[in-house]
Design a protein around this ligand. Structure first.
Ligand code: DAH
Length: 344
């Protein structure tokens, strides 16, 4: 009996030594102490002993059981903390680590914002949006707009000419006005369009110039359109853009494709016309060029000036964006510095 117990103890010790996990420990516990375990079997065999031997052996079995239980619970503790350490290592969470950045939402460029705003205003006034090519025929850029061969706007110093097969010569359009002609050629009045888009001139880059910039053109042609319609429409537009209290004034000017022609100023939104640094003390800010479409331009586009009249206007969009957002250097609009663009 004693030998049996020694063997059980030895087995317990050696198996426990090599245990790797809690599952193995459970198996060992069942094998030794379970209902069919070896120690239980030893206990059962006490019945075969004499009454004198039984108490001493019984006590011995209890001692071995106690020893094994201590051993197993020690082992359980050891394996438990081993498992915990492993889990801690593999599931480590460093709360001081910077989080993964969410994707940043993009924003509309200030030029897009301003273009959208102007489109909204004019669409609200019943205008449609028209488009034309950026590489434009010289005819549409100048001739059809009553801009004669000797006009300085056609000078190579001002315009990017594109080499192309004769007889047609192409330029990067210097204004959005060619869209007027293309629209009049392709449809009958009533016409009421705006044409926003990119234009190109041989300008040096500085705080107020860029060889690529944006304009918005407008054209209205119908029976009985007068300068009064022009003034009414553009004053309304200015109020929509700058607020109801803005004043407008029209100064005589010259454009080859309109007659009469004018420039429209708006009262300075910074000082409300009192005079400040922004309006250079005058109280007024120049906003756009406009005029009654020249009869020659109408007839060259296939519209009878005896029946129809119209007005047109054109404005630089960079200037509107710069005024709207208080931007003092045009280059900021093209450099695409995210720190700048994020602000809109
Ligand atoms: N195209 C002119 C420019 O680039 C702006 C302009 C003035 C357009 C008067 C017009 C107009 O349609 O009627 O300076």
């Amino acid at each position: 009996m004693k030998d049996v117990l020694e063997k059980i103890k030895a087995e317990a010790l050696s198996v426990a030594e090599d245990l790797k996990d809690l599952k193995g420990l459970d198996e060992l516990r069942v094998k030794l102490l379970g209902k069919k375990g070896s120690l239980t079997a030893a206990l059962k065999s006490l019945g075969g002993l004499s009454a004198e031997e039984r108490p001493a052996m019984g006590q011995m079995i209890n001692e071995v059981r106690a020893e094994i239980e201590t051993l197993l619970s020690k082992k359980q503790e050891e394996l438990g903390s081993l498992a915990m350490n492993l889990a801690l290592k593999s599931e480590k969470l460093d709360v001081t680590m910077p989080g993964t950045r969410p994707y940043e939402l993009g924003k509309k460029h200030p030029m897009t914002l301003v273009t959208d705003e102007l489109k909204d205003i004019f669409i609200g006034l019943g205008y449609e949006v028209a488009e034309g090519p950026e590489i434009e025929e010289e005819y549409y850029s100048f001739d059809a707009l009553n801009t004669p061969k000797h006009h300085p706007a056609r000078d190579e110093q001002d315009t990017f000419y594109v080499e192309a097969a004769s007889p047609c010569c192409f330029v990067l359009r210097t204004q959005t006005s060619p869209v007027q002609v293309r629209t009049m050629e392709s449809r009958k009045p009533p016409i009421k369009i705006i044409a926003p888009g990119r234009v190109f001139r041989k300008d040096e880059v500085d705080a107020t110039h860029s060889p690529v910039f944006h304009q918005l053109e407008g054209l209205v042609v119908d029976k009985g359109i007068t300068m009064g319609d022009l003034k009414g429409a553009l004053s309304l537009f200015a109020k929509e853009l700058f607020g109801g209290s803005v004043k407008t004034r029209f100064r005589p000017h010259y454009f080859p494709f309109t007659e009469p022609s004018a420039e429209m100023d708006v009262s300075c939104f910074a000082c409300e016309g009192r005079g400040c640094r922004i309006c250079k003390g005058s109280g007024w800010i120049e906003l756009l060029g406009c005029g009654m479409v020249h009869p020659k331009v109408l007839s060259m586009s296939g519209i009878d000036p005896q029946i129809y009249t119209g007005f047109a206007f054109g404005m630089g969009l960079e200037r509107v964006a710069m005024q709207r957002y208080n931007i003092t250097d045009m280059r900021l609009l093209y450099e695409n510095d995210v720190r700048f663009l994020k602000q809109f």
